[in-house]
Design a binder for this molecule. Structure first.
Ligand code: GLP
Length: 261
């Protein structure tokens, strides 16, 4: 795992957007896995800026979102579908036909999950997967106990996640109890996983993800098995990492090493 510690959310957002930009310039038909939540919003704003000011072209990009609440139609203001259009898709030149987000109101959820997996395969797999992390250490909606071999499936939300996400709804009772989520194994197949986290409330989860044992109780810890996982976090989110000085040293010196070549 590569751990990149930035001073604040703005800096980590820029770092993540730069990685996406470089990949997009190398491969215009990049398959981009996207996440919702407050964490990646700064990265999306930076990508929008790059599109508007630097002409970064998304016309051939194919996107796959990680998850969606079961029971919320795409038009619902708290659906992840709505979130993605509002925070990114409406502001860049992505082709709507290339956008994939699980649909939480289909009659056959399991068939839909299988279909979603097939779409990822058909697209040739995900090149870069952006991830956030839940305060319980989850990635996408893979809650503690979700199989590390899981594919796209329906997951029951943990009590802590319902509480965390209640801030977006009028009442806690309104938070959906189930979600469709890419599985841990689906996520691990992405060629490059980039996990973002900011704020002290993520420090515990980040420490378990990076330095704890690999366990289905902290599904993000499965990223330790990934050949190319980049963890981009701010100082407060890094505060409980025992080896944070080492990660910083490696980051600084690796740059020097490569630029000297
Ligand atoms: C939800 C999403 C996750 C996201 C997490 C953290 O549970 N399913 O993909 O990482 O929220 O959200 P935030 O970035 O708002 O802290």
């Amino acid at each position: 795992m590569e751990v990149i510690i930035k001073t604040d959310k703005e800096e980590l957002s820029k770092e993540a957007a730069q990685i996406v930009k470089a990949a997009l310039q190398r491969k215009p038909n990049l398959v981009l896995g996207l996440a919702t939540g407050s964490t990646p919003v700064g990265t999306y704003q930076e990508l929008i800026r790059m599109h508007k000011e630097e002409g970064l072209d998304f016309s051939k990009v194919v996107t796959f979102n990680l998850d969606e609440y079961v029971g919320l139609p795409p038009s619902h203001e708290q659906s992840y579908n709505y979130f993605m259009y509002d925070n990114l898709f409406n502001h860049i030149n992505v082709n709507p036909q290339n956008i994939h987000i699980p649909n939480g109101v289909v009659p056959d959820l399991d068939a839909h999950c299988e279909w979603y997996e097939r779409q990822i395969q058909k697209a040739g797999g995900i090149d870069i997967q952006i991830l956030g992390i839940g305060s319980d250490g989850h990635i996408a909606f893979n809650e503690p106990g979700a199989s590390l071999a899981s594919r796209t499936h329906v997951e029951g939300l943990a009590e802590s996640t319902i509480k965390d996400n209640a801030r977006f709804f009028e009442r806690e009772e309104d938070v959906p109890r189930f979600a469709i989520t890419m599985g841990v194994a689906t996520i691990l197949e992405a060629r490059h996983c980039i996990l973002l986290a900011n704020g002290e409330n993520k420090a515990d989860a980040v420490a378990k993800c990076v330095e704890g044992p690999i366990t289905s109780q902290i599904t993000s810890s499965a990223l330790q098995m990934h050949p190319k996982a980049t963890i981009i976090i701010d100082e407060p989110a890094a505060s409980k990492l025992e080896r944070r000085k080492h990660y910083k040293w490696v980051y600084e010196n690796k740059r020097k090493l490569y630029s000297a070549q």
